[in-house]
Design a protein around this ligand. Structure first.
Ligand SMILES: Nc1ncnc2c1ncn2[C@@H]1O[C@H](COP(=O)(O)OP(=O)(O)OP(=O)(O)O)[C@@H](O)[C@H]1O
Ligand SMILES: [Mg+2]
Length: 400
């Protein structure tokens, strides 16, 4: 792949905005490297070296795209950032198709703008994931070694229905089959958790019981609250049976539960709701890995992009975030490469769309057990391989 010099203090920043006051404000925010221009005319000819292009809100109004699409298609060494009055799906879609690498809402905060410039500048070097989003490294051991806490994997998405619960349940089942020690699955979608339904469990206890006796919560007591998924041995801590109980569980309680679970489990997989709250932020902090699930449509990508921005603002180490593209084979006129370019993150796993998924969900049997030969089951196994290679089988390589 062609690489370009890293953006450094020498990389010019061209600011294009028709409104003079907005233009000078943007230029001021960006400092002395910024060259304010009224339009894109002549920019491509004038700047033959890699440069950063900040498109002001007036560019988002141009019919068609930003007006820069032709230039951005010809010149991958231009790192474009669009500032839009409204971050609507339509604007986002147009920006994405025109090759813009980041979209920020107006009025833009100076810190946020400079951070975007820094990130996009870095990405000019290559298509390497921003912030060094790492590939998943398998656990050194899958034994439940009391000296080594188990690995916590949180499945999250900023979009409802992206496939979090399907992914969490199947990954939990596969890891339970592979790990030497116990594997727990926690349903932290406290209002509408459906892990118990997906695994056809009729739980005697839920997370509410753990929190209800928080003072005497220890390993033995917590273990007694877990429901066992017989087919795999997976230990499940279900969500409250009623949404009203969700309020009883705070971030502190949730993290205490996770810490206790990881003290005797090889893996703790956590399913979450589709929004940030204290509990989710606490979980993300406590986790070794966050699987960020995105579906293959523009609203999904838009929300996941905002989710990624939020995680960056919260200083979440990007090397624990792994992008999982669900329904990645769907013929929806959205290419994986296009999505990766927009999110500036390489996908760690591509999960195909398959009708066997809703069929298995309706049966209450995870698809990896219900249709183990299906392409989706294979891709989920490959994902599990990344954490714990299959027993007695050579590790699969090059699955992505
Ligand atoms: N790869 C796939 N192929 C086909 N159907 C899928 C796939 N992934 C998920 N689905 C279907 O999409 C629906 C939503 O999936 P799931 O419940 O896992 O999403 P979620 O992100 O947990 O949603 P929520 O935010 O509501 O909790 C499920 O009914 C499931 O059958
Ligand atoms: Mg769910």
């Amino acid at each position: 792949m062609t690489t370009f010099p890293t953006s450094d203090a020498a990389t010019p920043i061209v600011v294009v905005e028709a409104d003079p006051s907005v233009r000078s404000r943007l230029a001021m925010q960006l400092g002395e490297r910024a060259v304010p221009l009224e339009s894109l005319d002549g920019v491509e000819e004038r700047y033959t070296q890699p440069f950063l292009l900040v498109l002001g809100p007036s560019c988002a109004l141009v019919p068609g795209v930003t007006g820069a699409e032709g230039m951005l298609a010809r010149r991958p060494d231009i790192g474009a950032i669009l500032i839009a009055e409204d971050l609507s799906t339509e604007v986002f879609q147009r920006a994405m198709r025109s090759g813009v690498r980041d979209v920020l809402g107006a009025p833009v905060d100076t810190g946020q703008l400079n951070e975007a410039v820094r990130r996009v500048g870095q990405s000019l070097q290559s298509m390497a994931p921003i912030g060094g989003v790492a590939t998943i490294a398998p656990s050194a051991t899958t034994d439940a070694d009391p000296a080594t806490p188990g690995r916590v994997i949180t499945v999250f998405s900023t979009k409802g229905g992206a496939g979090k619960s399907v992914l969490a349940a199947n990954l939990g089942v596969l890891l339970a089959q592979r790990a030497e020690g116990p594997v727990a699955l926690v349903d932290a979608d406290l209002q509408f958790g459906d892990i118990a339904v997906m695994l056809k469990l009729a739980p005697q206890h839920t997370i509410v019981d753990a929190v209800g006796s928080f003072e005497r919560l220890d390993q033995g007591f917590l273990e007694s609250l877990l429901a066992t998924h017989q087919a795999s041995g997976l230990k499940v801590l279900p969500a409250p049976l009623e949404p009203a109980f969700a309020d009883q569980i705070g971030a502190e309680q949730m993290n205490r539960i996770i810490q206790l679970l990881r003290s005797f489990c090889s893996f703790v997989v956590v399913d979450t709701p589709a929004y940030f709250n204290d509990v989710v932020l606490g979980l993300i902090e406590e986790s070794d890995d966050v699987l960020l699930v995105a579906g293959m449509d523009i609203p999904n990508i838009k929300n996941v992009k905002i989710g990624l921005q939020t995680l960056r603002l919260l200083n979440t180490p990007m090397n624990k975030i792994h992008l999982i593209l669900n329904r990645a084979n769907s013929k929806v006129k959205l290419e994986v490469g296009e999505v990766e370019r927009t999110l500036q993150v390489k996908a760690d796993a591509l999960i195909p769309s398959d009708v066997v998924v809703p069929q298995s969900v309706n049966k209450g049997t995870p698809v990896v057990l219900d249709a183990p030969r299906s392409s989706i089951a294979k891709s989920l196994e490959q994902l599990a391989d990344r954490f714990a290679p299959q027993k007695a089988e050579t590790k699969k390589k090059g699955w992505r």
